[in-house]
Design a protein around this ligand. Structure first.
Ligand code: ZN
Length: 407
């Protein structure tokens, strides 16, 4: 008997799957069965166990008669939920269903399916039975009784309420915001005793990258104590960012060299790439692709940019040309473009010349963003003043650089 039912069900499946729903009750279906599914993004990620604990607590509060306990697989947590629907015939139906909450990198998905009904109607079996047969007949205009309409309406509104309750359950919200296992760790170093415009940028950058870290699920630590640039501490980090400063003493420089030679990543802004005859750090000049600071414009100005490569992961979201917000732009001699290991990604457009009033740049090739392909590094000349994050386009590059360096 069971076997026969099973085969009957198999034959029915394709028919149900394509049937139209003209009932006005928006019960969703998938592969022939009633199937509720909704995905929700989560900003900041979460620890799996915290989230599952929250799901269990919510379920226990929501379905006092959970019939089967919780099962946790690598992909989801599931349980059997049940709720009652009282129809206008004063009949009580218990609906039982499978509930699943699955986790992924960007959020969670709730699914409810395998609905069974059990009614207290006199003369009816008190066994649970699959609800799809009844739903099929109802859709064909052949309801089993006056209970059908309120039953299916009740099913749909219970599901809507259930999803809403899940979404707003305090522990779910809290666990979704909880500290998560970061995908990677970033250390940003800055200084507060440098040019005011350079400090402004550092604080803006910290705010920007902290937000990004929350969204993308990585750790972002900051320090203005450059002694943290030491071997033991750097072991914790995938990426080091310099926000308008560079190490001035030998131990910090050696640790940084070791970090980079050992496969670490670096993102440097503006004056972080500065070097001249007085900085006495040949390793760093080489690291920068041979580029030595040569000149700058003044006052800081917005400038048109040429994007040299729109396919590179760092610049893939930029158009061929865009206008960068106000910045002080640096010229370099020798030109890093002349180094075969350097890949220039963004260049100051010559249409900007003459650029400046007090200090005027009149000509010359001015790479603005580049990478020395011998290292996992990106240098960006942006970083002077408090306007650098005003271009959503350019901000995308600031993000993409970190994602690329984390590879
Ligand atoms: Zn500057």
């Amino acid at each position: 008997m069971l076997k026969n039912l099973f085969y009957a069900w198999l034959i029915l499946l394709p028919i149900i799957g394509t049937a139209q729903n003209n009932t006005g009750i928006p019960i969703p279906m998938k592969k022939g069965i009633i199937y509720y599914e909704k995905s929700f993004p989560v900003v900041g990620g979460f620890r799996k166990q915290d989230f599952y604990n929250a799901v269990m607590q919510w379920s226990e509060n929501s379905f006092p008669d959970v019939i089967v306990g919780f099962a946790i697989t690598t992909d989801y947590i599931s349980c059997d939920g049940a709720f009652k629907i009282i129809t206008n015939q004063a009949h009580i139906f218990t609906l039982k269903f499978k509930l699943e909450v699955a986790l992924n990198d960007t959020g969670y998905t709730i699914r409810a399916y395998n609905f069974y009904e059990n009614s207290n109607v006199i003369g009816k079996s008190h066994e649970y039975s699959k609800i799809e047969y009844r739903w099929w007949d109802y859709r064909q205009g052949k309801p089993w009784s006056a209970d059908d309409k309120p039953l299916f309406k009740g099913l749909d509104s219970s599901m809507t309420a259930m999803f809403a309750s899940f979404r707003s359950y305090p522990l779910i919200l809290k666990s979704a915001r909880l500290a998560h296992t970061p995908k990677f760790k970033v250390l940003a170093l800055f200084s507060t005793n440098v040019e005011a415009d350079h400090v402004d940028f550092a604080y803006d950058a910290i705010k920007f990258y902290k937000n990004m870290a929350d969204e993308k699920g990585f750790a972002f630590d900051t320090t203005s104590n450059w002694e943290n640039l030491n071997d033991a501490n750097l072991k914790n980090y995938k990426i080091v960012i310099w926000l308008n400063e560079f190490p001035h003493n030998e131990p910090e420089r050696r640790s940084f060299e070791k970090f980079m030679d050992g496969g670490g990543s670096w993102l440097g802004f503006h004056v972080s790439g500065y070097n001249d005859k007085d900085t006495h750090w040949p390793w760093f000049v080489n690291f920068m692709g041979g580029a030595v600071f040569y000149d700058n414009n003044w006052p800081p100005l917005p400038a048109k940019m040429i994007v040299d490569d729109n396919k590179h992961p760092v610049t893939k979201h930029l158009p061929k040309n865009y206008t960068a917000p106000i910045n002080e732009w640096y010229g370099w001699r020798p030109d890093p473009r002349d180094n075969k290991d350097v890949k220039v990604l963004v260049t100051l457009d010559p249409v900007n010349y003459p650029l400046g009033k007090k200090d005027v740049i009149k000509s010359g090739d001015m790479p603005v963003v580049w990478t020395n392909t011998k290292y996992k590094m990106v240098y960006m000349n942006m970083g002077h003043g408090d306007k650098n994050f005003e271009s959503p386009l350019q901000n995308k590059m600031f993000e993409d650089a970190v994602l690329w360096l984390a590879r």
